[in-house]
Design a protein around this ligand. Structure first.
Ligand SMILES: NC(=O)c1ccc[n+]([C@@H]2O[C@H](COP(=O)([O-])OP(=O)(O)OC[C@H]3O[C@@H](n4cnc5c(N)ncnc54)[C@H](O)[C@@H]3O)[C@@H](O)[C@H]2O)c1
Length: 444
């Protein structure tokens, strides 16, 4: 890319990024922000992780890791070297040359975008904005957020975007639990408010990431991210809908998916399951659907995919009910052992997990439900009541009228489950290679 930053404070920023003297502030040090903060410290930047959660701040400063995708040793050595620290003193944001925002973007109770976190952080930044700063939003959001929400707040300071400070959007694509693709080797998309903003942000990300694709505006980068997540939501819904049809037709969806996956082109494997979870797939597409309505546009694929994926825990309840019925037992007073509450394999994130819905539905119907999840020792429900993961013992398994597999963590011993359980409802086909499971397992 030709250099468009020719003079002034942003030129100085370019130099600081190059010689690693730039101070990087990462606001929101959760699943996205902490790995990013550690990566930037690893290449020599001085990094301050800002969070309003004091417990997280204290942990980072004590060198204690709380995000599974971050290596304990990497965090500890970044802190020990003095390159990484955390703070909840937002007054010091002005000393940062680059501020990367990784705060949550949930939905309101009406399923509308809640960008209050982005707004609050931008207001903090605006109070300390100075020439030579690059502000980059990474939180997933609807197209328009950077320019329609953030820019007016920052521009009200009197500083000029693209001249005094740079503003860009670059979505985080981290896939928790993915060992192959992490924060440092997943390519990035960047959209700047002006060409100078794009150059500053591309230059910054290019220090640690080999492939950075610049697009013409933040809106393009914002919609790209939501499209990526919508792609997953729609394809998961498609295979889930096929699972519902196959169930009616007495066909194994797993056999169909395995067979279709042998096609070397024009096909991409998606597996059916108990629904979708986490803070991306169930939420992000609704950010786009909401924005689309402002343009008199109904994002029908998104709505339909949401409808199907949300219905899956109800289908799992029906499967459990039917499976128990086959053994002559009602769901009322049945003992159910739920295996896995994380929303997907080998992670500890149980936000929006379909397993929680399954648990609630089974209890509503009078079942007694325990859960086992080696990654999630405790869960807290909406009313604040907590329950703990129980040990996966032969007794716990044999005492259950039905074992429901909601998450296929790779560390779970499926053979032990197959040996001791009386009845298994397996929503992930986790028992596919366990011959002992065959005659007591109902698949999705
Ligand atoms: N988790 C993922 O897999 C993933 C992947 C890609 C993108 N994203 C997106 O990244 C964003 C962050 O997600 P996450 O999973 O890291 O969330 P998270 O909840 O793990 O972390 C967010 C952090 O921000 C902090 N925070 C909230 N308000 C704040 C404020 N005003 N000032 C400072 N800190 C504040 C919270 O205390 C928390 O520690 C979201 O927009 C999400 O959609 C997440």
């Amino acid at each position: 890319m030709a250099t468009v930053i020719s003079s002034g404070a942003l030129r100085e920023l370019r130099r600081k990024i190059e010689d690693r003297t730039a101070v990087v502030g990462v606001v929101g040090i959760g699943y996205v922000g902490l790995p990013l903060a550690v990566e930037k410290a690893k290449v020599g930047f001085t990094v301050v992780g800002y969070d309003r959660n004091s417990a997280r701040v204290a942990k980072v400063n004590g060198g204690e890791n709380y995000i599974r995708d971050v290596a304990d040793a990497d965090l500890a050595s970044a802190v020990a070297s003095g390159l990484l620290r955390a703070s909840n003193d937002f007054e010091s944001l002005g000393m940062c040359d680059v501020v990367v925002i990784c705060v949550p973007t949930p939905l309101t109770t009406n399923r509308d975008p809640d960008i209050s976190y982005i707004r609050a952080v931008t207001e903090h930044i605006a109070r300390h904005l100075r020439p030579g700063q690059l502000i980059c939003l990474e939180s997933t959001t609807y197209p328009g957020t950077t320019e329609e929400v953030m820019l007016p707040i920052l521009a009200a300071t009197g500083l000029v975007v693209g001249r005094d400070f740079a503003l860009a959007f670059s979505p985080e694509r981290v896939d928790p639990g993915n060992k192959r693709y992490t924060t440092c080797n997943t390519s990035k998309v960047v959209g700047g408010v002006t060409p100078i903003c794009l150059e500053a942000a591309t230059h910054f990300y290019g220090q640690t990431i080999a492939s950075v694709t610049g697009v013409s505006s933040p809106r393009v980068a914002e919609i790209t991210k939501v499209f990526e997540n919508t792609f997953r939501a729609v394809n998961i819904a498609l295979v889930n809908e096929l699972a519902l049809l196959c169930d009616r037709m007495g066909i194994s969806i797993w056999e169909v998916v395995d067979a279709a996956a042998t096609k070397p082109f024009g096909m991409m494997r998606f597996d059916p399951g108990p629904g979708v979870g986490g803070h991306c797939i169930p939420l992000d597409p609704f950010y786009l659907a909401w924005k689309a309505r402002q343009y008199d546009f109904q994002a029908r694929f998104i709505e339909l995919a949401g409808e199907i994926n949300i219905s899956m825990p109800y289908f799992v309840r029906e499967k459990v009910l039917r499976a128990l019925n086959e053994t002559g037992r009602p769901l009322r007073n049945a003992r159910v052992l739920l295996i896995g509450v994380a929303y997907k394999r080998d992670i500890d994130d149980w936000r929006e997990s379909p397993a929680l819905k399954i648990l609630r539905l089974l209890e509503q119907d009078g079942a007694f439900v325990d859960y086992h999840d080696p990654f999630v020792p405790e869960i807290v429900d909406q009313r604040g009541a907590s329950r703990r993961s129980i040990a996966l013992t032969p007794e716990a398994l044999s005492q259950a009228d039905c074992v429901v597999i909601a998450t296929d963590h790779s560390t779970i011993d499926w053979r032990t489950i197959a040996r001791h359980a009386r009845l298994i409802v397996d929503t992930r086909n986790a028992t596919r290679d366990v011959p002992e499971a065959k005659d007591k397992t109902v698949l999705l």
